[in-house]
Design a protein around this ligand. Structure first.
Ligand code: OGA
Ligand code: MN
Length: 188
């Protein structure tokens, strides 16, 4: 599933990325289904307040058991990542939560981490992007604040995996509709 280099990068830099994950046709079907899921503006902190300075995307949580069609197939692909990640990196992952996200034109998410040591047991973030024909003119790059920082284009079917507690990241202002499906793997 993962190459030695990818596993090594997860340890040394905290992330790796692959150009393909679901296959382009499933990724397009997932996007089509995602566009029919009711979404809500994403909040921040425990009270889920809205804060335009922090994030202006909209999200929907998916329940693995309730997903159907292409979304259910995508859930199975994420589930299949857990064992190879555990074998490669001894992360003790046992479950995952899934979220669809949509950034409309102008939306962004300021620099943050997905977990803080001791506060949350999210250990690994895995994101697949659902954007056909995406290019630098569309903005919306995922900026990973590693040394040196790296900007990743959210291109159709690209997979990014990073350590939730370690890698600070942000979504630069999107200039077009930007869709992604994210899994957070936990030890709980
Ligand atoms: C998040 C996030 C990044 C992306 O939802 O926590 O950082 O590229 N998403 O969509
Ligand atoms: Mn994040």
């Amino acid at each position: 599933m993962f190459t030695a280099t990818e596993v090594e990068q997860l340890g040394s830099r905290g992330f790796f990325t692959k150009p393909a994950f679901l296959g382009p046709s499933l990724a397009l079907q997932v996007r089509a289904e995602a566009q029919r899921v009711p979404m809500k503006r994403a909040g921040i902190r425990r009270g889920h307040e809205l804060d335009d300075a922090v994030r202006t995307d909209e999200i929907a949580w998916l329940t693995a058991g309730e997903a159907t069609g292409a979304l259910a197939e995508a859930v199975a692909h994420f589930a299949a990542l857990m064992q190879p990640l555990n074998e490669a990196a001894w992360l003790g992952l046992r479950s995952f939560d899934l979220q669809l996200s949509h950034y409309g034109p102008g939306a962004h998410y300021a620099r943050h981490r997905d977990a803080f040591p001791g506060q949350d047991n999210r250990r690994v973030t895995a994101i697949v992007y659902l954007n056909e024909g995406w290019g630098p003119q569309h903005g919306g790059q995922l900026r990973l604040h590693v040394a040196p920082p790296i900007d990743l284009e959210p291109t159709l079917d690209r997979l990014v995996i990073f350590r939730s507690e370690l890698v600070e990241h942000e979504v630069l202002e999107s200039k077009a509709d930007r869709w992604a499906l994210t899994a957070w793997f936990s030890a709980r």
